[in-house]
Design a binder for this molecule. Structure first.
Ligand SMILES: *[C@@H]1O[C@H](CO)[C@@H](O)[C@H](O)[C@H]1NC(C)=O
Ligand SMILES: *[C@@H]1O[C@H](CO)[C@@H](O)[C@H](O)[C@H]1NC(C)=O
Ligand SMILES: *[C@@H]1O[C@H](CO)[C@@H](O)[C@H](O)[C@H]1NC(C)=O
Ligand SMILES: *[C@@H]1O[C@H](CO)[C@@H](O)[C@H](O)[C@H]1NC(C)=O
Length: 385
């Protein structure tokens, strides 16, 4: 372990995960050898789907030079061991903090890491799996080729589930699915891609183009959730799309550093459609329960009064360079801010560990206006099985 090289970090991480879950499996089998470790969990497992806000290393296993990867300094500078892990943050990401609030150590491991180390099924049965991939969208066309799009994440989950059934039996898996927490956070990349396509043509989208865009997004999001439901998923914690027009990389394109209102409106319109979609699905699919985490409202509240939330800076990247920290990449040699917990943003697009921590706490059991119709804690404890 002492002479461990970078490449074996992932292996070591999975090894540790393996040892922890072995202990937990043995504990469970032996009838509560480590009851505190198990009972403090609100749900038996967490399965994660989405983009870079939730990715814990899947993209490190994807081939290609255009794949976004947080596999180098200063990503992970505040993670235990100060190691880059594939998380697009200085430390833990939103999936980690959601999982922590639910009683886990951190996010479940990345699907491709588990596959690579032949540890998929044991992890899937006792902790969960993360399929989240940086750059992913609701649409397969979003950043195509450089990530695992939502539809493929669902396919990967389907194959994981088949292996779980083969190992543990369909009754066990059905019960596990019904009680587990399905965390989904995706859509920002679709907004960025849509806005970029318009900008490229030097025009703004017509109302009917926006309407058509929402329709395909909702249709594909609906398909993903309905497919997961068909595989037994019942509890969905859905993080909506935040004010993407206010990320430093977008602000820096404006001479005054202002947010792009058009992009924010695009996101807000999608979030409204998402609310309608989920209400419709819940009415149609018996036993489905959901909580929408209102990342949009929470982030806007933070921007309105950063100091109240403990931030000194809400418009710049902590790690990067130039104006708003967004003219240079966050990479070795970049400027890194001193007090990282006082920045809303870690890099020019992604939230800091502190933002992730405060966000997940708000979604778990914070002020009612940031979740609907119930919060993540109520969702976790919802009795449907
Ligand atoms: C929508 O979802 C379907 C099924 O998952 C997928 O085959 C299709 O490519 C998706 N469409 C887009 C535009 O991403
Ligand atoms: C899941 O896998 C089964 C068996 O391979 C297949 O029949 C089904 O269509 C798949 N469902 C989805 C949503 O991928
Ligand atoms: C975009 O439109 C503006 C205003 O009509 C014009 O000044 C500018 O040259 C155009 N840029 C490109 C790249 O077409
Ligand atoms: C910059 O932001 C201001 C304030 O929102 C806006 O009026 C202006 O049109 C923006 N400029 C550009 C080039 O987008």
């Amino acid at each position: 372990m002492v002479t461990m090289k970078k490449k074996s970090v992932a292996a070591a991480v999975s090894l540790v995960v393996m040892m922890i879950s072995m202990v937990e499996v043995l504990g469970a089998v032996a009838g509560g050898v480590r009851p505190s470790k198990i009972t403090r969990r609100q749900v038996p497992a967490v399965y994660v789907f989405g983009d870079s806000t939730l990715d814990v290393g899947n993209n490190n296993y994807l081939p290609g030079k255009d794949v976004p990867r947080a596999n180098k300094p200063y990503y992970g500078i505040d993670f235990p061991g100060s190691k880059p892990t594939g998380r697009f943050s200085n430390g833990y990401n939103a999936a980690d903090y959601v999982a922590k609030n639910l009683g886990f150590d951190k996010s479940p491991p990345a699907y491709l890491a588990l596959k690579a180390h032949n540890y998929l099924v044991p992890a899937a049965l006792v902790i969960g799996v993360s399929y989240a991939s940086a750059g992913a969208g609701i649409l397969d066309s979003t950043n195509a080729g450089g990530n695992i799009p939502l539809s493929k994440q669902v396919v990967y989950f389907n194959s994981t589930r088949a292996e779980m059934v083969a190992k543990a039996g369909s009754g066990v898996v059905r019960d596990l699915m019904a009680k587990s927490f399905f965390l989904v956070g995706v859509g920002s990349n679709d907004m960025f891609a849509f806005a970029a396509a318009q900008q490229k043509q030097n025009r703004s989208a017509t109302p009917s183009e926006v309407k058509a865009f929402y329709a395909i997004l909702v249709s594909n999001y609906s398909a993903a959730i309905t497919e997961l439901y068909g595989m037994g998923a019942r509890k969905f914690g859905i993080i909506n799309v935040g004010p993407v027009g206010c990320v430093p990389r977008v602000r820096v394109a404006n001479a005054t550093g202002a947010c792009n209102d058009g992009m924010n409106q695009l996101a807000a319109g999608f979030d409204a459609a998402l609310r309608t979609l989920l209400a419709g699905l819940a009415a149609r699919l018996p036993g489905l329960a959901y909580s929408i985490a209102d990342s949009y409202a929470l982030t806007q509240a933070t921007f309105a009064d950063p100091l109240a939330a403990g931030y000194a800076n809400a418009d710049s990247a902590c790690c990067g360079g130039g104006r708003l920290g967004s003219e240079g990449a966050c990479e070795r040699g970049a400027a890194v801010c001193g007090d990282r917990d006082r920045y809303v943003f870690w890099d020019s697009v992604h939230p800091s560990q502190q933002s992730n921590k405060l966000g997940a706490k708000a979604y778990y059991d914070g002020p009612g206006q940031f979740t609907s119709p119930i919060n993540f804690k109520q969702l976790a404890n919802y009795k449907n099985a």
